[in-house]
Design a protein around this ligand. Structure first.
Ligand code: FAD
Length: 313
């Protein structure tokens, strides 16, 4: 199991349960997560619903004190290792798309849950397609009220954006050591780029601390999480690019024999994914334009239509 598999649960699914779950659910679900005994995944995206997540089609049909889930999720990080999945499904297609959603905790070992890992260009298999066929979920595992699914999505994303890229200064520290070990720290160009990265990493570190202080009283992170995500992804991209530039022609070696034993190559190849996961760069800019700068919001012609009348629903 990859060492970072606990991040999805502790970093963003757990806070969503804290915010929206009942006391019983918090007592039942959170200790195993915090002890590292249980791994969680986030089952939101679908083949036709990524940026426009509220257009998702997985159905939740009530049946006594249970729900029956049917549909397909995709890009589900670490689903193949997970014990629990935080899943958003549509309980009512007659409501507008954001209002007909509910959140559930799915036992990933339940009958009808099938994970198919997807191979990435880094060679790893972190993502999965997850097929849900008549998966039964007890109503005790519904997080929040019926119809509160979109609120759970927003909470999860807000925490994901500030946790996804935590630790940038540690990676930069590793780069400084790597460059020092190659005797390149005297190069004026490399020094310039390192100083620029150091300043940006410090701005991110202090901004994150300010945000965490603001939410430590129990509030939610706001749209500043989008600013942090944009700053973090561009800074991390530049860190990995400098590592590969510093290697010169050796960067073309296959990762197992290249300097750094492939660590910098894996980071570099993983960066396009980080600019997409948790909401793409473009979506972060939309949020900043709309909620911080007060610009006219994105046009959403289907926002108030009953979901079943939305073309392609
Ligand atoms: C590393 C990684 C990990 C992930 N992990 C998970 C996970 O664990 N669970 C999960 O549920 N999902 C996960 N995802 C999926 C991720 O949330 C989606 O890929 C993301 O939301 C984008 O959706 P999409 O891929 O369908 O792209 P689309 O939504 O189809 O977007 C395609 C392009 O159009 C642009 N675009 C779309 N709408 C707009 C708009 N309104 N304005 C401007 N531009 C727009 C986008 O920015 C993008 O460039 C992960 C993805 C990655 C890369």
């Amino acid at each position: 199991v990859p060492h970072d598999a606990l991040g999805v649960g502790i970093g963003w699914c757990g806070p969503a349960v804290l915010q929206h779950g009942s006391e019983d659910q918090q007592e039942r679900l959170l200790p195993g997560l915090l002890r590292g005994d249980e791994i969680w995944c986030q089952m939101f995206s679908e083949p036709g619903a990524g940026s426009d997540l509220a257009g998702l089609k997985t159905r939740a049909t009530p049946d006594g004190d249970e729900w029956v889930l049917n549909g397909q999720k995709t890009w589900t990080t670490f689903a193949q290792h997970s014990d629990w999945g935080l899943c958003i499904a549509r309980h009512d297609a007659d409501l507008p798309k954001h209002r007909g959603l509910s959140a559930f905790i799915v036992d990933m070992a339940a009958d009808g849950v099938e994970c198919r890992p997807v191979k990435q260009m880094t060679g790893s298999q972190n993502f999965n397609e997850v097929f849900l066929t008549d998966v039964r979920v007890s109503d005790d595992n519904r997080i929040g009220d019926v119809g509160e699914g979109w609120g759970v999505v927003i909470t999860t994303f807000l925490w994901e954006r500030i946790n996804l890229l935590a630790g940038g200064e540690r990676i930069l520290g590793g780069l400084q050591e790597f460059i020092g070990s190659r005797g390149q720290h005297a190069s004026p160009e490399i020094r310039d780029r390192l100083v620029d990265l150091y300043v940006r990493a410090e701005v991110i570190r202090f901004s994150t601390m300010r945000l965490l202080t603001a939410v430590s009283g129990g509030g939610l992170p706001g749209p500043e999480g989008s600013t942090l995500k944009l700053m973090s992804t561009s800074t991390l991209s530049d860190i990995y690019e400098l590592a590969l530039d510093a290697m010169g022609p050796e960067a073309m070696l296959s990762p197992d024999v290249a300097p750094g034993h492939g660590e910098w190559h894996a980071g570099f190849l993983g960066m396009p994914g980080l600019r997409v996961g948790g909401g793409t760069d473009q979506i972060q800019r939309n949020i900043i334009g709309d909620r911080v700068l007060g610009l006219p919001p994105d046009i959403r012609v289907d926002k108030d239509l009953p979901f079943r009348e939305v073309p392609g629903a």
